[in-house]
Design a protein around this ligand. Structure first.
Ligand code: NAD
Length: 352
């Protein structure tokens, strides 16, 4: 019998090619006059261009965002925000930059605006993962959720082909795990279904033509839906594994998701037949895990954790951390099955 609690997260989403140019007017409307712009060293040019655009409303630019939100970077940014007397934060970049904005915002109370440039989806979640002493911890709080997101597909044209692929699979992992989450609702199920279908149809167009404006918009739209699924539900084994591999072994976020997703889908297949069937229907295939694995292989994307620097010695530690904190997952955590799955992912073999 249908029974659920659906909670809508309070955020404003603006979507459209060129909408990043609306930032100045948005800040003016809210009487914000000292924005601290955040980005990564690799996207410093983008940070500076948005700073130029808002002109006198920019109090400074911080170009040091790093993956997995290390605490020392957050501390440096907090100090800068204080010294330039920032009254708000503008994060322009991928999940790493968004994560830094969330970490500073939740500690300082500064309002945050996000202009995402990848498909990670962090901008629509009230979740923050932070790393200190090689341990990544995650927390969830309403105050973490950015208040306004400007989705401008033009900013994703520059995504390299390999990152387009891994970031898209990262996004689809949110939708896939939402489908079997204990707190999945009919709305989230619809979003997940739509997201996976749209993303899978956009990707071949992007492989053929990376700057295809329509396909870029579709992929970013799908990423928003996927992020919304992530923000609204409790993730399972896949996100937990990627969290450990990122936080403890410093593996890159999107490629790690890309490698693990087919394996975890296979692991949970029999325990969550409804979610598996939804995914299969959305993707137009009978074996979603193999379809994703084959697509990544064909596009020369990452399939082996060993290629990211992981070794066999780390598997025991991953399993220990997985079993240390109980969380929702359709299939029980069986040490032998986990070991086999991780060994396959390490070697780049197809999922069992
Ligand atoms: P990222 O933000 O680390 O970006 C990776 C690299 O790609 C960076 O050098 C970045 O500058 C560059 N880049 C980003 N967009 C680009 C573009 N359009 N063109 C060219 N280069 C671009 O990678 P990510 O996968 O977006 O984010 C990963 C981080 O986000 C991890 O720390 C992860 O934990 C976090 N995350 C958090 C949540 C959440 O809800 N809390 C959700 C998803 C991801």
């Amino acid at each position: 019998m249908l029974s659920f609690t659906h909670r809508q997260l309070p955020a404003t989403i603006r979507f459209g090619a060129g909408c990043r140019h609306e930032l100045k007017a948005i800040l003016e409307t809210r009487n914000l006059m000292r924005a601290l712009v955040l980005t990564t060293p690799e996207q410093a040019h983008l940070g500076r261009s948005i700073a130029d655009e808002i002109g006198p409303l920019c109090a400074g630019v911080f170009e040091g965002a790093r993956m997995h939100t290390p605490m020392e970077v957050t501390r440096d940014t907090m100090a800068l925000a204080q010294s330039v007397r920032a009254d708000c934060l503008v994060a322009i970049g991928g999940g790493s930059t968004t994560g830094l904005g969330k970490a500073v915002s939740v500690r300082s109370g500064l309002p945050q605006f996000v202009i995402p440039t990848t498909y990670a989806g962090s901008e629509v979640t009230p979740v923050l993962g932070e790393t200190e002493n090689a341990r990544k911890t995650t927390r969830r709080a309403d105050a973490i959720l950015p208040g306004l997101v400007l989705y401008d597909p033009e900013l994703t044209y520059s995504l390299p082909a390999s990152f387009t692929l891994t970031s898209a699979v990262n996004a689809m992992a949110h939708a896939a795990e939402a489908l079997y989450a204990p707190d999945c609702t009919p709305i989230i199920r619809l979003m997940a279904y739509e997201a996976v279908g749209v993303m899978m149809r956009a990707l071949p167009k992007l492989y053929a033509e990376p700057a295809n404006a329509e396909a870029r918009a579709e992929a970013l739209y799908a990423a928003w839906l996927c992020g919304t699924c992530l923000g609204a539900t409790t993730m399972g084994l896949h996100h937990k594994i990627c969290h450990v591999l990122g936080g403890t072994f410093d593996l890159p976020h999107a490629p790690t998701h890309c490698i693990m997703l087919p394996h975890v889908l296979a692991y949970n297949k029999n325990a969550a037949p409804g979610a598996y069937a939804d995914l299969a229907l959305a993707m137009g295939t009978e074996r979603p895990e193999l379809a994703i694995y084959d697509m990544v292989l064909t596009q020369n994307g990452p399939v082996a954790l060993s290629a990211l620097g992981m070794t066999e010695h780390g598997i025991g530690e991953v399993i220990t951390q997985l079993r240390a904190s109980p969380y929702a997952n359709p299939a029980p955590l069986d040490e032998t099955r986990l070991r086999t799955m991780l060994a396959n992912a390490l070697a780049g073999r197809a999922p069992d």
